[in-house]
Design a protein around this ligand. Structure first.
Ligand code: DAH
Length: 370
């Protein structure tokens, strides 16, 4: 055996015996590294005579190739073995019983707010919000409820003391209060973004009132559309489409009754028909049927031109409609709850009974007629 063949046999035997990646690396450096034996032989090629190069050249190149291949194969084999060992030691027994972690549920109010946002998103509405501590300009004046208006008294407003008044840019003092409705978000949206506008604004509102159907804090949702050429027909279609998706029924019948809100003209109250099923009111069908009746679900109307003007828009150019309703009330109607106070008691038994799983949200496409 030539000296090169002997060197190759020795190196290959060492590589074959190597049982760790570190050892393989050590051998690689010893053979192919800068000071390695194979590298040293390669360096001698330049000083050889052409005849010597003809015989030793191929042998040295064959040595380098053989050692390189053997190292690569050994490395791959050791890495595979390490992976196999890891997989074997990390085996999971899928048949073991799981630890049961108590799971929370989604509160009906959160559920209904998510449902509303989802349905109106499908109709192209964005979600807007505003502060719960409001000033009386946004909560009343800009909504065409001036200081002497009886509607201010009807709202049972929680006012902050005189110390908390803020002063307007033009020096007029503004009383601070807990917003009595979500309608100020209409004003905040109209004054901060440019028309056209399509928003809903769900949120908490406050009134000094408490009995089985009233709590001092409750939830409303406001809707606002401002665009050109908007009329009552758009309002009716939007509300009908929304209520069908929300109640997940195609047979929703609406009744629009003339009404009065300072911020809309004309104003309408919207009733939905219900049918009595085993003595229970179930939303759907015409309320004029023998076994039926009407339930008021929304206040709405065409945005009053004074409101549009107060927000700096030209009412001859921009029109729109608005609506507002109680989220808690919608939840009660849809899911058959009868005491509003239970919503805010935090009684776990009630929450376990009426709570929702996080994935349970009907959409417009999934809700109507599905
Ligand atoms: N803000 C009214 C309330 O709290 C509800 C309402 C009625 C809102 C008519 C509207 C509307 O936007 O057009 O009773």
């Amino acid at each position: 055996m030539t000296e090169i063949a002997a060197l190759k046999a020795g190196l290959l035997a060492d590589i074959e015996k190597a049982d760790t990646l570190e050892r393989v690396e050590e051998l690689r450096v010893g053979a192919l590294g800068k000071q390695g034996v194979v590298t040293a032989l390669l360096k001698t090629l330049g000083g050889l005579s052409p005849e010597e190069r003809q015989t030793r050249g191929p042998a040295i190149h064959d040595l380098r190739q053989g050692v390189t291949d053997a190292i690569a194969m050994k490395k791959a084999a050791l890495e595979q073995a390490a992976l196999d060992a890891r997989l074997a030691s990390e085996k999971l027994d899928m048949t073991l019983p799981v630890d049961v972690v108590p799971e929370g549920s989604v509160h009906p109010v959160s559920q209904v707010m998510d449902e509303l946002a989802e349905i109106f998103a499908d109709l192209g509405f964005a979600v807007a919000s505003g502060p719960e501590i409001e000033d009386d300009w946004h909560n009343f004046s800009a909504l065409n409820i001036p200081e002497t208006h009886p509607a201010r008294a009807m709202h049972d407003t929680f006012y902050f003391g005189d110390n908390y008044k803020v002063t307007d840019k033009d020096g007029t003092p503004r009383a601070m209060l807990l917003r009595t409705h979500t309608s100020p978000v209409q004003i905040r949206t109209m004054t901060s973004t440019s028309a056209p506008i399509r928003i809903i604004a769900p949120g908490r509102v406050y009134r000094s009132d408490s009995d089985a159907t009233h709590t001092p804090m409750f939830h409303q949702i406001e809707g606002l559309v401002i665009d050109k050429g908007i009329h009552l027909g758009h309002l009716k279609w939007t509300l009908e489409t929304f209520l069908k998706a929300f109640f997940e029924r195609d047979d929703i019948v609406l009744r629009l009754r003339p009404s009065y809100f300072p911020f809309t003209e004309p104003s309408v109250e919207v009733d939905v028909g219900y049918t009595l099923v085993n003595g229970q009111r179930v939303i759907g069908g015409s309320g004029d049927d023998d076994e039926g009746g009407w339930l008021e679900v929304l206040g709405s109307g065409m945005v009053h031109r004074r409101v549009i003007e107060a927000c700096g828009l030209d009412p001859d150019e921009w029109q729109g409609f608005a609506f507002g309703t109680g989220v808690d009330r919608l939840a009660m109607l849809k899911y058959g709850m009868n005491d509003l106070r239970a919503f805010f008691d935090g009684d776990l038994r009630w929450l376990r009974h009426y709570g929702f799983s996080a994935l349970d949200i009907p959409t417009l496409s999934g809700g109507v007629g599905a």
